[in-house]
Design a protein around this ligand. Structure first.
Ligand code: NAG
Ligand code: NAG
Ligand code: NAG
Ligand code: NAG
Ligand code: NAG
Ligand code: NAG
Length: 276
């Protein structure tokens, strides 16, 4: 046994030296991706290349759909079109050169922009002094930890919230009180900050919503106005009716007089003169 160990040790050392030696002269593998942050279902180009002059095999490993676009005649590089990414993933380029395989990987972040930002006011109209709730929701945003929802009144920030986890929906709520009778203009901004992943900021803003604010006395005034208008209407209708009835009455009396007058007129002139 010891003799075998003594003989195998130099072999192991030799093997180690050999491998280190070839390691120094080892070829390189490169991965180039048109994008590091991609929108879900987008497609983009990836180029796998090597410093090896005559690689045996090489390619791209991914769970996504891929299609080779172009290839170097000696196989020193291969360009692919990668598509259909639905979640974060790793791309791996590999080449085999002189019986040795090497690979290089790259992380790809998949995002889904905040497409639909909805703002809701509950209730949509209040009386001065009443509380109301502003609620903003956005659907299917990725990555959620890059999302910030900001509630705005005009240009003023009321509240902002950054999210975590894997839910598909993000909601922010804010309770407030209407202090003056001025209508309030609210909106909600969704911001997806992809800078930590090598991307940019994507912003989406909801349609603005107006909170109608009423003065509490306005309701009493409304009641008074309604009562007064009803009274005036009643008086008007009554007077019209009275006028009509009285008019009819007067008309009948007048017609009666005319009857006598007409009969008088119908009498021959001689009679009338005699009667006079
Ligand atoms: C792929 O990358 C290699 C090395 O950088 C480059 O020489 C080659 O032109 C690239 N291929 C394409 C199609 O861009
Ligand atoms: C993309 O992925 C979906 C499911 O994730 C699949 O149904 C569809 O066939 C894929 N499309 C392509 C072009 O691979
Ligand atoms: C790629 O992502 C994995 C986790 O999925 C992480 O451990 C690794 O450090 C990342 N690599 C780079 C180059 O960011
Ligand atoms: C509410 O504010 C938004 C932007 O802040 C503006 O575009 C919109 O015209 C405003 N609406 C009203 C009714 O003032
Ligand atoms: C969120 O609000 C804080 C102050 O409350 C502010 O410092 C921060 O910049 C805001 N973030 C965003 C993304 O607007
Ligand atoms: C807002 O008010 C409602 C009741 O009107 C309450 O259930 C909710 O917890 C409040 N939210 C906040 C953030 O204060």
């Amino acid at each position: 046994m010891p003799s075998f160990a003594c003989r195998s040790l130099p072999i192991t050392l030799l093997a180690l030296l050999c491998c280190l030696g070839s390691g120094e002269k080892a070829f390189e593998v490169y991965i180039w991706s048109e994008k590091h942050v991609v929108e879900a279902w987008e497609s983009w180009k990836v180029n796998c290349s090597t410093s090896c002059d005559n690689p045996k095999v090489g390619g791209l490993e991914t769970t996504m759909s891929k299609m080779m676009l172009e290839e170097h005649p000696q196989g020193k590089w291969k360009q692919f079109l990668v598509s259909n990414a639905s979640h974060d993933m790793k791309l791996i380029c590999h080449f085999t050169c002189a019986e040795q395989q090497r690979s290089e990987d790259l992380n790809i972040t998949v995002f889904q922009p905040p497409a639909q930002v909805t703002l809701r006011l509950q209730p949509p109209r209040v009386i001065v002094g009443e509380t109301f709730t502003i609620e903003c929701t956005t659907l299917a945003v990725k990555p959620l930890e890059s999302l910030t929802l900001t509630l705005l009144r005009g240009r003023e920030t009321l509240q902002n919230q950054t999210f975590e986890g894997t839910e598909l929906e993000a909601t922010v709520r804010f309770n407030s009180t209407a202090l003056t009778k001025d209508d309030l203009n609210f909106s909600c901004q969704a911001e997806l900050d992809l800078r930590p992943h090598g991307g940019y900021i994507i912003r989406s803003i909801s349609e603005s919503q107006i909170l109608e604010v009423f003065e509490p006395i306005q309701d009493n005034q409304m009641v008074i106005i309604i009562v007064v208008v009803s009274l005036l209407l009643f008086l008007f209708v009554t007077s019209v009716l009275l006028c009509f009835i009285l008019g009819q009455h007067w008309h009948r009396r007048r017609t009666g007089t005319y009857g006598v007058l007409a009969a008088w007129r119908r009498l021959p002139r001689a009679f009338r003169q005699r009667a006079m």
